[in-house]
Design a protein around this ligand. Structure first.
Ligand code: AMP
Length: 455
């Protein structure tokens, strides 16, 4: 299949080729024709499967084909709004769009706006409007409050990592943004995980959407791939696909999942041991708190391992620098909170480690999806501490992923304690694991993690 057969114009096919996108990935093949036809889309597709280009390519084509009267937006007006949950993701989507638009005529004006940096250059840049604004919700609201832009003419709203944006932590800000948008617009919601509750919420915002549900390939990775043309299309035109397409951006991320049973106190030593014995060139390590990120990075540095922390309390300059250095292999180990769990695209990242287990099975999907992107293979290792709650929590994650992962024990790092019977844990339909309904504590945690992400 080719990009042109999806209805993209030659200029966009060339733009894709320039990024070495030779043929569409599954999500691109499904979404592009529908977006070009002006439909709303609610799409879930695995991490690293090419979701960004799946909405960017057709959006740019639609923008190019606008009637001349609306080619340049009126002062401070915006044509397309792309909302993302983190600053890094805003920058990344902006970079993708920047390369895709480089040779397009008429030119397309992009504005990337996020917090943690001075607002003034962003205000200046927004003078005269922008064709596409890529924003985190908090800074967008600040700019709206300063009348630096208006959203009354937005024709298309994209929620990238839609489930995160529709969650509690962002609910209030998202609602405020939505009230500034015209009711009649195209809506495109994308994520690797769309829990049922969030899908119900999304449906209220969508107008007769095409639902694309490319099953989580991580869950399916033990099964034999089916042919790409075996999609089950029910009468509604909605797509349910569980096949790899055999291209470099197939639907099934090739991620080997491992779990190591370890004494909680020995995790840093185990991490150090693995980095050295398995000779990982680079590794992204997830921890639960910024404190742990700082502490583990400091301990590794003392052992002469080039490690940096990455969390929401760092200055934006530092966050950008660490990510740049990591991508360029100038930093070997990044110890991150979940601020790095979503969307960030690091090519050739061979290993992700869950030093602390993620809170939910959806967070697990996003974390391990930082490796094994765009057809590469990767490895995800989870440290499971030998206490009953930790073990039970990981079992629940396994259940959700319909996967049993053998617990490895590495001599010298095992716990003396035995694992007691799994504690009964209650799961919620959000992929959360700690209670039937979000408790006050959950709500505070959601807000805190959101603040950490967006700042
Ligand atoms: P995304 O899921 O949008 O973050 O994309 C994951 C990676 O796949 C990125 O590095 C993209 O540049 C790459 N990619 C996206 N579409 C294609 C394609 N059609 N062919 C090859 N690589 C792609």
């Amino acid at each position: 299949m080719s990009f042109s057969s999806l209805g993209l114009s030659p200029a966009l096919v060339n733009a894709a080729l320039e990024r070495a996108y030779l043929e569409p990935s599954v999500i691109q093949a499904e979404a592009i024709p529908a977006i070009l036809a002006g439909r709303d889309v609610l799409a879930s597709a695995p991490t690293g499967s090419g979701k960004t280009a799946a909405f960017c390519l057709p959006l740019l084509d639609l923008l190019r084909k606008r009637p001349p009267a609306v080619v340049r937006p009126a002062t401070r007006q915006v044509h397309t709004l792309i909302l993302v949950p983190t600053r890094e993701l805003a920058a990344q989507v902006g970079e993708t769009l920047e390369t895709l638009t480089r040779h397009l005529t008429p030119s397309i004006k992009l504005a990337v706006i996020f917090g943690g940096v001075s607002i003034n250059p962003q205000m200046l840049h927004l003078r005269g409007g922008a064709d596409i604004v890529i924003a985190t919700p908090g800074r967008l609201l600040d700019l709206l409050a300063q009348n630096a832009l208006q959203l009354a003419d937005v024709r298309c709203l994209v929620l990238d990592e839609a489930d995160r944006l529709l969650e509690l932590g962002f609910a209030e800000e998202l609602t405020r943004v939505l009230t500034t948008l015209p009711a009649s617009r195209q809506n495109l919601f994308f994520s690797a995980t769309i829990p049922l509750l969030v899908a119900a919420l999304a449906n209220k915002l969508l107008n007769d959407p095409l639902r694309i549900n490319l099953e989580d390939g991580i869950k399916q990775s033990q099964q034999s791939p089916q042919r790409p043309d075996s999609d089950d299309v029910d009468g509604s035109g909605d797509r349910n696909t569980n096949a790899a397409n055999g291209t470099s951006t197939g639907n099934v991320p090739d991620i080997t999942q491992r779990a190591i049973s370890v004494d909680a106190q020995q995790r840093t030593q185990l991490l150090r041991h693995l980095i050295e014995s398995e000779k990982w060139p680079r590794v992204l390590v997830f921890v639960a708190t910024k404190y742990a990120a700082e502490l583990v990075a400091a301990k590794l540095r003392r052992a002469r391992i080039n490690a940096e922390p990455f969390h929401g309390e760092l200055s934006q300059g530092k966050r950008t620098q660490v990510l740049m250095d990591f991508k360029a292999s100038r930093v070997k180990v990044v110890i991150a909170t979940d601020v790095a769990a979503r969307g960030i695209d690091i090519s050739n990242l061979p290993v992700v480690v869950n030093y602390d287990l993620p809170r939910s099975s959806d967070d697990y999907t996003h974390r391990i999806g930082r490796t094994g992107r765009a057809g590469e293979s990767g490895m995800a290792i989870s440290f499971v501490c030998a206490d009953s709650a930790n073990e039970a929590h990981f079992r629940l994650i396994e259940q959700r992923h319909q996967k049993k992962i053998v617990r490895e024990v590495i001599g010298g790092f095992e716990s003396d304690g035995s694992i007691t019977a799994a504690t009964e844990l209650i799961s919620d339909s959000n992929g959360g694991i700690k209670g039937r309904r979000p408790s006050k504590k959950d709500k505070l945690r959601a807000l805190a993690s959101k603040e950490q992400e967006e700042g």
